[in-house]
Each structure stands twice: as structure tokens, then as C-alpha cells.
Ligand binder design. Sequence first.
Ligand SMILES: *Cc1c(COP(=O)(O)O)cnc(C)c1O
Length: 796
Amino acid sequence: MELSKRKFKDDFKRMLTELYSMDVAQSAVTEQYAALGNLVRSYCSKKWNKTNQHYLDKKKKQAYYFSMEFLLGRMLKSNLLNLDILDTVRTGLKELGIDLSVLEQVEPDPGLGNGGLGRLAACFIDSIATCEIPGHGNGIRFKYGLFKQKFVNGYQVELPENWLQNGNVWETRRLNMAVTVSFYGHVWMEKTKSGYLIPHYEHDQRVLAVPYDTPIIGFKNETVNTLRLWSAEMPPQDESSDYWSYIQQRDRIETISEVLYPDDSNYDGRLLRLKQEYFFVSAGVQSIVRHYRKMNLDMTHLAEKVAMHINDTHPALCVPELMRLLLDDEKMDWEHAWNVTVNVMSYTNHTIMSEALEKWPIEMISTLLPRIYQIIQEIDRRYVLKMSTLFEKEIVERTRIIEGGHVKMAHLAIIGSHSINGVAKLHTAILKEKVLHDFFIIFPSRFNNKTNGITQRRWLMLANEPLSNMICDKIGNDWEATPTELKMLKAFRNDETTLLKLGAIKRENKARFADYVFKTMGIEINPDAIFDVQIKRLHAYKRQLLNLLNIIRLYLNLKDDPTADIYPRVFIFGAKAAPSYTYAKEIIKLINSVATLINNDQEIQGKIKIVFVENYGVSLAERIIPAADVSEQISLASKEASGTSNMKLMLNGAVTLATLDGANVEIRERVGSENIIIFGLTEKEVYQYYHDGSYHAVSYYENNPILKRVLDTLTDGTIQGAEAEGWDIFDSLVKYGDEYFVLRDFEAYVEAQKKIDHLYRDQIKWQRMALINIAGAGVFSSDYTVRQYANDIWDV
Ligand SMILES: *Cc1c(COP(=O)(O)O)cnc(C)c1O
């Protein structure tokens, strides 16, 4: 937008006066932040309104991305960038004596997601607006985001994240658009003279779903889409209700949107979770259908104007909920309603981990959602009836929705959608060949791949301005709108000046992060060391343990010979564990205990250090990633569906150290095997082991003396303070079979790490690898990913 510095300064001062009756000198940073936030919102409000009006006037088909999680990160700087007023505002504020970077820090980081899945949803809505696609997010306005992590004595402690405490300038409450969501009670069907069945609800509990809308601003364009997050409230009360029962009922209702479940890639079958899922699905689907009605079009044509996307199985109830509205409210017959529903819905699978697959007990779902359960039963009955004529009985039984006393949410989503996608080539192949093979036989044309992506705006232009500026100096700024243009950087692969400049920028970023670590943690780290980064949720399959075992090996080497030729290294971890995931929490404690041991051992002269940052989240990722030299992507092959931190890190010039898992496979395709360090079992070898049952972890312990010595430190008192954890972890590896083949991949990992140590010493060579990684990262922009969703799946 057009904005002169002078007008901005006037507007800003006026806003401060309006809100707080203060001038700049009197105001504190919190007030300055609020004034700026309100101003930015007012700047985009016209565009927001115009975009909505445009969609309505032109009767545009719109896509709705249903996701339990949107891990947004802070919005201030991102909104300034996308409105194209970042520089104006920064210099304007500076002239008023205000530092924009200080105001940015005032904003709470909305942690409305666990990890990759929620962050993907956030990157997607940013890209959807940037690509001028009519598409919106639909989710829950959790009062408390993902817990705040603290380390006490090395143990993870969880504290509430009250992110709304000081309000949220970006949201608008729209009470006039509230809808009612109904739980429990009984349903009976009345047959009318014309033959329709009308459901009657008795004694159901009603919840008012109130939408809070956040503008999602496209990058330097006229599009402003909407993220609609629903909040659960008490419906308007009838006069007769008694005061205390009112309060009790209100608390029960508000609990629904109170807190995000902290389980990543793990299924928690609690009733409240099911309530949350139906709550935002029902509210979203109702409001979409209501909007469609405004256009006065026939309901049988819904799929021409609306696409609904089911992000993982959490919103799978979209399928029966849309059926309910079409059957009960619109009086459509089953066949037509089913056709419309399947054409509207599409589904993304995010995991092959069986512990993450949602299945609800019949008892629970039929009690909480009686009408929805009736519809699911009918979907299941008709599915079995139809498919039994076409396929073997076994395959139909294995793929039906209701089975073994449970409702399988993935099956519901697959049967009710016209498109099912995995999130990386390898992942989609595994779905087709293994995990969802039965469904692939039945619905081969529904399966497709959409490799995940990230927004280069947040993860490069905002997080790493020095690098972003240097890239513009070298190749101009076409890459901002067309990220594959980053490939132009390859022309500089043999230009020493460029490579040294790249190294200098990385060095600056590392020094800045080192300052932050010293200020916040009191740990001194050397910016000339290799910064080796593993940042992601703590999960056994991601194998933070493999990383740790190699660190212990290095430490033992240095203890044997303090002059050993080991290039200085800082191992940086960031990871939250689900509060109920005991094993993951033990690993956190063990890493922290090893950190205490190593960081305080004078004998090794600070050659290796461990920094385990507390409370890893989007804002910390934005600090760490620009400072990373090495990107650890070391999950057991086949287990990581895609990964996205791998993409963020390569975009910032880190070299990937990886197994051939998830999108790492495609990263290697892009940069060539000389510019990525690959090690370890392949997916095929892993499945072969499963097939033979021939993996014996204990033999690796017994036959590899280095590994044995490393593992023995877990139990022999070397690592103080984590004795119990050391034993549990030792046993999990040596005694209980090492589920994720950590010991099997240890030797290959050590070799790969030695290669890194060697490569880094030749800075020209290393920076060339970094450059080629940046140059190859463009295809992983979520701008491309969402365009593929829009073209191939949503048809918007
Ligand atoms: C990108 C991101 C993730 C996902 O990391 P993976 O390594 O792909 O699992 C998780 N958390 C945050 C805060 C992120 O920004």
C-alpha cells in the first residue's frame, strides 16, 4: 500500500492519543505495540472488506482449510512486510525514537499448534493469500496455547500459556455470525407426509460458537483472506435457569475451547478432544453453508462453490456434518447429498505412525453426537453394501469405518473425500503401497502427492534479513514472488567473494544468537564453532538420542585426548515433549544432564557445547535457523512424513545431515548428493527388517566397542543426575529391541558427522554447499504447494 513516512508518523501519534491519551514520550512499549497493531489492522481493513465483497459478487469458489492447529507465530512484522510498509514503518518509528524490533517482542507468540502440522497450516494460509487464492482457515481459538516449557533441574515442567492475557489486536469478534452446536440428547425421526425424515432433538446441550476472524494478508497484493477461529460460549439464557447451574454450565461449555491438547503425532482418546473436533467442524460447516445460501444457488451445486479440506483426521467429522445439513436441513436425498459431500471434501494424511491414528469408541461418539453417529452408521452400511459387490470381503472389512467397536476417523475421511494426499513423495508411496494399500486398491484415482512447503517470507525475508538482502544484491528480487528464481544464485558457486560474504553473514547471525544464548541462559558459545541444529518435537522416531550418543562419543574422545583434532561444535536442541510421553521426557532430562556435564568440564576447553533452548516455538525457530550450519534430519527412514524444518534450514544455508526420509529425499534430488550428507537405513531396509524380524539391537552393543562405551555411560555414573533415565533409555535400546534402530544407524551416523567435521574446514567448499542449498530451496515454497492444492484438489 501507499504510505508516506510522514503520514505514518501522524497516524501512529493519533492512534496513541485515541487509545491511551498519550504522546510518544509518555507511552510504554506495550502501548506503542498496541497502537501500531491497531493501526496496521486499520490499514488492511478496507482490502479485507473488498476481498470478501469481491468473492461474494463474483460468486467465487472458495476453499476452507479445516485444521485443529494453526501455529502462526507473531504477526506484526509479517503483516508489515505483506502490506509493503515494513521499511516506512521501521524508519518512521526510529525517527520517533522507537525500535521496531523491541515492539515485535511485545507480541505474544500464539502457540495454537504442536509442531509441523500446525505450522504447515500457518504457512499455507499465508501462501493462499499471497497467491490470490480464495481460501480461508477454520479452527479453534484456544484460550491457552501449547504449554510453556521450563527446565527445572533438567526436567521439563509445563506451565500454562495464557497468550490472550493482554488481548489480541489482530482478531475481530463477530457475535452476529455465531452459530449453535449441539451435543448429547436424543434424536428421533419424524416421517412427514411427503416422505422426508425430520430429526427431533431432545435434551441436547447447546453451545454457542462465536467466530474470531483474523485477516490473512497477501504479500504485496490486494487479497486479504480470513482465518476464522471459533470460541465456545454459553448460549443466550432463558429466564428460568438458576444462577449456580448457569455458572456451572458456562464453565463446562467454555472448557471446549480452553486448551490445545499437547500431543504431537499421538492419539489421545479423551471425550473433550472429540467435543473440540465436532465443535469447530460443525461451526465451520454451518457457517460455510449459510454463506452459500446467501448466493441463492441450488444446494446440489455446493461443490462448484465450496471446497473443504480436512487437515489430518481431526476434522474428519466434516463428512457426516455436511451430510447432516444436506439431509436434515436441505431435505436432499442420500445419493445426492453423498455426491455433493465427496466432491466438496478432500483429506491430507500426515503420518504413518499407528499410535497417531484416531479411533473413537462407538459408545462415546454415539452418546455425544447421536445424529452424527446415525449418519456415520449409514455411510458405513452403504459402503460395505456397495464395495462387497466389487471387492473381496476381507478388504471391505479392513477398510470399513465402524469396526471392532470403534469409529476409524482416517477411514471416514478417505471414504468421504474425492482426494487423499500424502505430504512427500516417499510418504505418499508408503501410503499407497503399505499403510493405505487397501484403500489404494479401492480408490486408486483419489491418491496423490503434495509435498509440504514453507513460506519464504517468514523463514527468509523476515527471519534472516541480512541473507535476504544479500540475495537481492546478487540476483534481484524476482525470487520473492517466484522462489524457484533462487536458482540464479548458482551462477555464483565459484565466486569466492560471494561465498565469503555468505560465510560472513552466517557468522554474524551466529554471533547474534550466541549473544542471545549468553543473555538468556548464561552459556558461552563460540560463533566460530559449527552450529549443529536439531529443532523439532521430541519423539523417539525423530531420534534425538542418536544425536546425543554421538555427542557422548565426542566427549569421551576429548577426555581421552584433550588435544584431539575435533572442530569446535555447538549442538543446539529445541524440543517439547508431550506431558504424558514419559520416554520423551526422559530423553530431555538426559540431554540436559549431558549438557551440564560437558558445558562445565574445563578439560575439554569448550570444544563442544550443548545448548538446549527452553520453550521451542516459532519465535525461537526464527532466531535459531539463520544461525544454523548443520540441519539434523535423522528420523528413522519411513517415519517422518515430510518434515518442514529441513526446508527452513536449507533455505537459510544450513547443510542437511539426513536419512532418506520424508522430504529429505526430494532435497537430495534438488541439491545433488554432493551437497547433502545422507546416511543410515533406507525405508526398504527398514521394512525388510520388519518382515524378517531380524534386527537384534544387543549385537550392536556387544560388537561395537565404541558404541558399547558410549551406552555404558548412561548407567555407570558418568552422567550425573540422570541415573534413572539413563537406565530406562539404556534398556529401551539394548534390552527392549530399540524400536527405531538407533544402534543400527549409529556407526553410519558417526561417519557422516566426521564428514561434516572434515568438510567444514574448507570454508569455500562449505559455503558453496550452503549456496547450492539456498539456490535449491525455492521449490519448497508453500506458494507452489498451495497452487497445486488449488489446481488439482480444490479447483479454485
Ligand atoms: C517447522 C516447525 C516444526 C516442524 O519441525 P520438523 O522438524 O519438520 O518436525 C515444529 N515446530 C516449529 C515451531 C516449527 O517452526
